[in-house]
Design a protein around this ligand. Structure first.
Ligand SMILES: [Cu+2]
Length: 261
């Protein structure tokens, strides 16, 4: 450390002590500015219809009539935003969720400007800005394993939803609902899903608003497209399957604790 810096330290300490003491004479502490943002904490709950998602057993029935089980579910939610009359406040960042790992079920969105908001939204998967190979590296092996092949556009899977179902021969067969941006020659438009959920809540300075996001796995397979799991293997470069999934995302997510007027 240069000597002139060391010399200044005692003087700084004296000034700080004086400010602190004089600040104590007032009810308000003039030294620390009040926070202008709050936090939204979202707990993710996975369901299949009304039932809690239980991994690893073939016990659910989808809209098509497939009897199936989920063995793995992992996905990204990113770029959370809240909206009110003043506009849209975005808090960028990607959150990795894995059904088998409770530690990934809490999403903390910090730095939300204080205000009353009537909408909470996010991107299911990653938009083009975030969906870049290597952009999320260094977080975990699980996140790295979400990579999407370079020849299909690179970046990351939006979701891996994998399991087993009873096929028409009455035997168990695997399915892999892998969602992502399939980019190829003649197919280079972006596609990602933006969700918006109704909210009537205040974000208060320095406080945390708690919400629950319910994710219903069955909804990925119904409305508007009723999906037969027979068709859900090796779908990553299948344009029609990816578009169907995108459309079905609209009612997968519901918000609890959003309040009302
Ligand atoms: Cu895949």
């Amino acid at each position: 450390m240069p000597s002139h810096l060391r010399m200044q330290l005692p003087l700084t300490a004296v000034v700080a002590a004086f400010l602190f003491v004089s600040g104590c004479d007032d009810d308000n502490n003039p030294v620390v500015p009040p926070p202008s943002t709050g936090t939204i904490m979202i707990d993710v709950e996975h369901k299949v219809g009304a039932a809690d998602l239980e991994l690893g057993t073939v016990q659910y029935t989808n809209a098509f009539g497939n009897v199936y089980g989920v063995y793995n579910l992992e996905y990204f939610l990113s770029d959370f935003f809240v909206m009110n009359e003043d506009g849209r406040q975005e808090v960028n960042g990607a959150h990795y969720v894995r059904a088998s790992d409770e530690a990934t079920h809490t999403i903390v969105v910090e730095g939300v400007p204080v205000g009353h908001y009537h909408m909470l939204g996010f991107t299911f998967g990653l938009d083009d800005e975030d969906n870049v190979t290597g952009a999320l590296s260094g977080q975990s092996q699980e996140v790295d394993n979400m990579f999407w092949p370079e020849n299909w556009g690179g970046g990351y899977h939006y979701m891996k939803l994998e399991g087993r179902f009873i096929n028409s021969e009455q035997t168990e067969s695997g399915f892999a609902t892998h969602a992502g941006r399939f980019r190829a020659e003649g197919r280079d438009e972006s596609h990602f899903v933006e969700e918006s959920l109704t909210l009537h809540q205040n974000v208060n300075a320095g406080e945390t608003l708690h919400l629950t996001l319910v994710v219903d796995v069955n909804k990925w397979y119904e409305g508007p497209n009723t999906i037969d799991l027979v068709t859900h293997n090796a779908i990553m470069n299948n344009y029609d399957r990816q578009v169907e999934l995108e459309q079905n995302c609209s009612d997968v997510f519901t918000l609890l604790g959003g309040g009302s007027h």
